[in-house]
Design a binder for this molecule. Structure first.
Ligand SMILES: NC(=O)c1ccc[n+]([C@@H]2O[C@H](COP(=O)([O-])OP(=O)(O)OC[C@H]3O[C@@H](n4cnc5c(N)ncnc54)[C@H](O)[C@@H]3O)[C@@H](O)[C@H]2O)c1
Length: 438
């Protein structure tokens, strides 16, 4: 394929070298003449393992050209990868100067082209940038429309500096955000052979996946480092601890606990986090990320409460009360906190939870509910149907086929469903029911 690459930094230069190695003809464009001269001379503009040899090899293959002439690059290629920098502005927002400049130039260059062109944005861009900012610029400057004279898409880049050629050849996955098939087909030709899954999603989701991945990496590093500081103060070997933590592939290093849903609670996580915080405080160890977890969990509960209050509905049906499905443990259940708030705000409340039988609650579990919801007996209903029928808004915090079936079959027109756990699936509630999800 004939490919043009805009921005020859870490991402662009490595992509240029690897695509040319794989037999494609590549035209590189950068505003920095020094980078163009280096590549022309068969040298690498970035320090990366393997790049010195690879650049010299591909430069002599005759498949690499560099230029500062944007039109020449667009007219001489079928597809453009945009890899310009998107650094932080002083206020933390994304500085789009380079991206906007290149989009204007690309749009203008397209005026001279008859065949549809594919623009693949690979720079990290905040969700909405491609569709709301870049597409209008390209359409205005080119005088043609996305889907007609060109196809726009977003493919986040996952290579890491230091191992970028290896990461290019073995990425964690390929994600393409696109509105139609044409750009996806071209990208499959380019990257479909790589040993990883190829996922197609919306442009916005693809933009967001890149941020979520990087944020997750940052959270993981910080988690390990906060754990290490606390371990050091306690005289525990942090490497031993984290090695063992990572050996649990079922709950720790796994998709477990990574599905959006409702707040955590129960008899372990909140109390153990509190004890960790106290331990850190008494050893003068700062662990701000751990410290933020309970506060963030509380925000999630408050967010659900605000959604129900904003609905204006006064008769609330709470489906689920214990801290998770399949248990009658009510201690620190976030659903109990919801119930307390609804009652406090004067809403009328009915509760269904097949596992919670007041007569069988014992010990700390019983004390907790007596303290927080002393009138729980008058709120609990043994059947789901009654709760659905007698409520104007249903708050779903309980999984199970019975509940999801009931939601699909028995909810009425104008009845709201706040599906905290996406039980019914995003689009599966009946059309008459207004679903409220995260
Ligand atoms: N560096 C990484 O490891 C990495 C990994 C994944 C994603 N990303 C993302 O990829 C993007 C590029 O990162 P990078 O590290 O390669 O950046 P970089 O700063 O190394 O390179 C960007 C290049 O773009 C050039 N440029 C600026 N304006 C231009 C224009 N109008 N036309 C042509 N070229 C222009 C610059 O001269 C520079 O050479 C960023 O959005 C970054 O967040 C980077």
């Amino acid at each position: 394929m004939n490919i043009s690459i805009f921005g020859l930094g870490y991402v662009g230069a490595v992509s240029l070298a690897c695509l040319a190695r794989d037999g494609h003809r590549v035209i590189g464009v950068d505003i920095d003449p020094a980078k163009l001269d280096l590549i022309r001379a068969g040298k690498t503009p970035v320090v990366e393992e393997g790049m010195v040899e690879l650049m010299s090899r591909v430069a002599s293959s005759g498949r690499v050209e560099v230029t500062d002439d944007v039109s020449r690059a667009v007219l001489g290629s079928d597809l453009s990868l945009v890899c310009v920098g998107t650094p932080s502005a002083a206020n933390g927002s994304q500085d789009l100067t380079a991206t906007l400049n290149v989009a204007r130039q690309l749009g203008r260059a397209l005026r001279g082209k008859r065949e549809p062109h594919v623009f693949v944005f690979r720079s990290t861009l905040v969700p909405g940038t491609v569709e709301e900012v870049l597409r209008p610029i390209l359409e205005e400057e080119s005088g043609t429309r996305d889907g007609e004279g060109f196809h726009i898409c977003f493919q986040p880049e996952f290579l890491r500096e230091g191992s970028s050629i290896r990461d290019y050849d073995k990425p964690p996955f390929t994600i393409v955000g696109a509105r139609d098939d044409a750009p996806v087909r071209r990208l499959r030709e380019l990257f479909g052979h790589l040993p990883c899954e190829f996922h197609v999603t919306s442009i916005r989701a693809a933009e967001m996946v890149k941020y979520s991945c990087n944020n997750f990496h940052a959270v993981k590093i910080t988690f390990a480092n906060e754990t290490a500081r606390l371990c050091e103060a306690l005289g525990v070997d942090p490497f031993q601890v984290m090695d063992l933590v990572c050996k649990d592939r079922s709950l720790n290093i796994s998709p477990a606990y990574l599905k959006p849903g409702f707040a955590f609670g129960g008899s372990c996580l909140p109390k153990d986090l509190r004890a960790t915080m106290y331990l850190a405080k008494t050893h003068d160890v700062e662990v701000p990320m751990h410290a933020a977890v309970l506060a963030s969990n509380r925000v999630h509960i408050d967010y659900a409460i605000a959604k129900v209050l904003a609905s204006g509905k006064r008769r609330v049906g709470l489906i689920g009360l214990s801290f998770k499905t399949g248990t009658d443990d009510l201690r620190e259940s976030p659903l109990v906190m919801l119930a307390e708030q609804f009652i406090g705000k004067g809403l009328s409340l009915l509760v269904y939870d097949p596992e919670v039988h007041l007569s069988q609650l014992l010990g700390a579990n019983r004390r907790f509910i007596e303290q927080h919801l002393p009138h729980i007996g008058s709120l609990l209903r043994p059947d789901l149907q009654t709760v659905i029928e007698e409520s104007d808004i249903l708050v779903v915090g309980l999984t199970g086929a019975k509940v999801s079936e009931a939601l699909k079959r028995h909810t009425r027109k104008a009845q709201l469903v706040l599906d905290l756990i996406n039980l019914a699936g995003r689009d599966e509630l009946p059309a008459s029911v207004q679903g409220l999800c995260w």
